[in-house]
Design a protein around this ligand. Structure first.
Ligand code: APR
Length: 239
């Protein structure tokens, strides 16, 4: 399948969903999770960093790891793939919905409206335990992590950790978008994590995988384009 043939599918599609994963941001310099040498999970164990238990056991270490990733993301820019999506949305309002597993905020920074961020945001934080009145009465006390000066409630990254529920609104909206689209571009995801990956199996639309390497969603695809996000998306989304 050639990109030109998929571009014809894009032109014919009334409703498009882009389902993106960490590979979407690789060309911006953000490490992925499962790429053999460079992936984050090649260096760190997810259970040690990306779970509530890990945070409760070692809040400072987990806070510092997210602070480091937050600082790294602040230094990078959206790439040509993010920009091509946002430009398409600008030209064709309401026709393309971005559903992302990424927490880096790069789709939003490229100008994409209404991004459905299934795994939260690394640039925000939230209370670890349900906030008491004291928690929101003053700014959290500075620290690693910051905490409520009155009751000690901790701030935590506003990302979805392993074993946690996805935000109900975003997931429901993503499921509706997947059900109603006639084309889904699955960009830069290994397809290893559900329910996000399940959207590519549940859609009625044609599925096109954009990935330089094989992924767990290739078998669900009507077409697979072996290439990168920043090269393929500008090709596919040009009018
Ligand atoms: N363009 C497109 N795809 C790329 C690029 C690129 N430039 N570089 C790498 N990829 C592909 C890899 O081949 C891989 O299939 O991106 C994919 C990244 O896969 P993962 O690292 O598993 O990332 P992702 O699929 O987003 O992980 C899903 O797992 O750890 C959790 O919550 C985390 O949201 C994450 C979820």
């Amino acid at each position: 399948m050639k990109p030109e043939q998929v571009r014809d599918w894009v032109r014919a599609a009334r409703r498009i969903v882009v389902l993106s994963g960490a590979g979407m941001s690789a060309e911006s310099g953000v490490p992925t999770f499962r790429d053999a040498q460079t992936g984050l999970w090649a260096k760190f164990r997810p259970e040690e960093l990306a779970t509530e238990e890990a945070f409760r056991a070692r809040p400072e270490m987990v806070w510092d790891w997210y602070a480091e990733r937050r600082a790294a993301v602040a230094k990078v820019e959206p790439n040509a793939g993010h920009r091509a999506i946002a430009a398409f949305q600008q030209r064709h309002p309401g026709r393309l919905t971005v559903v992302t597993q990424n927490v880096d905020g790069l789709h939003q920074r490229a100008g994409s409206p209404g991004v459905l961020a299934l795994h939260g945001s690394i640039t925000q934080d939230q209370w670890l335990d349900a906030p008491r009145t004291c928690c929101n009465s003053a700014d959290p006390q500075a620290g690693r992590p910051p905490r409520c000066a009155a009751c000690g409630n901790l701030r935590r990254p506003a990302v979805v950790w392993f074993g946690e529920m996805l935000p109900a609104h975003e997931l429901a909206a993503a499921q509706a978008a997947a059900a109603g689209c006639d084309l889904m571009l699955v960009v830069g995801t290994s397809g290893a994590v559900y329910p996000a990956a399940g959207l590519a199996r549940a859609t009625q639309g044609r599925v096109v995988v954009l990935n330089p390497r094989a992924s767990d969603l290739d078998d669900a695809a009507d077409a697979v384009l072996r290439g990168t996000a920043a090269v393929l998306l500008p090709l596919l989304l040009q009018d």
